[in-house]
Design a protein around this ligand. Structure first.
Ligand SMILES: Nc1nc2c(ncn2[C@@H]2O[C@H](COP(=O)(O)OP(=O)(O)O)[C@@H](O)[C@H]2O)c(=O)[nH]1
Ligand SMILES: [Mg+2]
Length: 309
C-alpha cells in the first residue's frame, strides 16, 4: 500500500537517522519516493503560488500608487486662504543645497515629466543670483497651482552669499522680481527694486530651509547662526517654517539602493536630528527628498517624497 504523505515524511526524517539496513527491512520509505511526492505536490501548487505572488505584487503597487495619487490629489485640490491669490513659499539655504532643483522637482512631479526651469548648477558659490518667482503650470498653459516658489541666492558664512537682511526683506515682500542680490550690502529703501508698500500676496507665507543631507555635519556655526536669525525673523511674523533635506541618495547607500527606505534609515534620522537640534525645528517639520537632477523620467518613490514635503 502507498504510504500516506505525513507518514512518509516522518519516515524520511527517521531514515536520515537510520542505518542502511533499515531500508532493506522495509521499516522506512526510500527518500526518492518522498522526493517524487514532493515534486508532484510542488507542480500541482505552482500555478496557484504564481497567481498569489502576482496578486500580492499588484496589491502592493496599488497601495503605493494610491498613496501617491492621494498626495497628488491633495496638492491638486489645494486652495489657499480667500485673502490671498497664491501661497508664496520662500526657499533659502546654503549654495548648491538643491533649492533650484527642488522647484524643478515639484514641477516635474506635478506635470509627470522632468523639467528644468530653475537653473541648477553644481558650484560652491551660488548659481542663483536673482530673486525670482516660479509658478507651476496646472493643465493648460494659462492655469497655475495656487502656490509659487521664490528662489534665492545661497546663504554663506562669509560675505559671498545672500545678505541676511535681504532674506528678511524678501519675507516682508519688499524685494521686487528679478532683483540681483548684492552680498556686500542689503537692498536699500531708495533702490528701485525695493517695494515700499507690500501686499499680503507679496509677502512670504511659508519659509523653507533647504539643506544638503550629505553635508549637514559640515555646516559651520556662523551659517547655523544666520539660519536661526532668519528663523527668528519669520517666527516674529508668524510665518510657518519647514526644512527639506536634499541629496538623500548621496547621503545614504541604503536609500540610494531603495528610496522607500528613506525614513527607515538610521543615518537619515540622525541627520534630521542634527537639523532639529541646530534649528530647533520639530522633527515632523523636517522632510527628506531626492531631487530630480539627472533623471529623464519621473519615479513614484521620488514623487512620493516630494509630495509628502
Ligand atoms: N544627487 C543629487 N544631486 C542633487 C540633488 N539636488 C540637487 N542636486 C545637484 O546639486 C547641485 C546643486 O543644485 P542646485 O539646485 O543648483 O542648488 P542651489 O544652489 O541650492 O539652487 C546640482 O548639480 C544638482 O544637480 C539631489 O537630491 N541628489
Ligand atoms: Mg539655485
Amino acid at each position: 500500500m502507498k504510504p500516506h504523505l505525513c507518514d512518509s515524511v516522518f519516515r524520511y526524517y527517521q531514515a536520515s537517522q537510520c542505518k542502511p539496513d533499515h531500508f532493506q527491512s522495509g521499516l522506512v520509505v526510500q527518500p526518492s519516493s518522498v522526493l517524487f511526492v514532493y515534486s508532484v505536490i510542488f507542480c500541482a501548487f505552482m500555478p496557484l503560488l504564481c497567481k498569489l505572488y502576482v496578486y500580492t505584487q499588484s496589491y502592493l503597487i496599488f497601495l503605493l500608487n494610491s498613496e501617491r495619487e492621494r498626495d497628488l490629489q491633495l496638492v491638486r485640490d489645494y486652495k489657499p486662504h480667500k485673502d490671498v491669490e497664491h501661497l508664496r513659499i520662500l526657499l533659502h539655504g546654503p549654495p548648491a543645497a538643491g533649492k533650484s532643483s527642488f522647484i524643478n522637482s515639484v514641477d516635474s512631479t506635478l506635470r509627470g515629466k522632468t523639467t528644468a526651469r530653475a537653473l541648477a548648477a553644481n558650484a560652491p558659490k551660488s548659481f542663483t543670483i536673482a530673486y525670482r518667482t516660479y509658478k507651476i503650470q496646472k493643465g493648460n498653459p494659462d492655469t497655475f497651482y495656487p502656490f509659487v516658489f521664490n528662489d534665492t541666492m545661497g546663504l554663506q558664512s562669509n560675505d559671498q552669499g545672500i545678505h541676511l537682511e535681504d532674506i528678511k526683506l524678501a519675507i516682508s515682500g519688499h524685494v521686487k522680481e528679478d532683483y540681483r542680490f548684492n552680498p556686500k550690502c542689503p537692498l536699500a529703501e531708495t533702490d528701485p527694486n525695493y517695494r515700499g508698500s507690500s501686499t499680503f500676496d507679496d509677502k512670504v507665507h511659508i519659509l523653507v530651509f533647504v539643506i544638503c543631507a550629505n553635508t549637514v555635519s559640515l555646516i559651520d556655526d556662523a551659517t547655523w547662526r544666520k539660519m536661526n536669525d532668519i528663523r527668528a525673523a519669520a517666527r516674529d511674523k508668524g510665518i510657518p517654517q519647514i526644512a527639506i533635506m536634499t541629496k538623500i541618495d548621496e547621503a545614504c547607500p541604503e536609500v540610494k539602493k531603495n528610496i522607500k527606505n528613506t525614513y527607515k534609515s538610521k543615518h537619515m534620522n540622525d541627520q534630521m536630528e542634527t537639523v532639529n537640534v541646530n534649528l530647533g525645528l520639530p522633527l515632523n517639520c523636517i522632510f527628506l527628498v531626492k531631487n530630480y537632477h539627472k533623471e529623464i523620467e519621473t519615479d513614484d518613490g521620488v514623487d512620493s517624497l516630494i509630495l509628502k514635503s
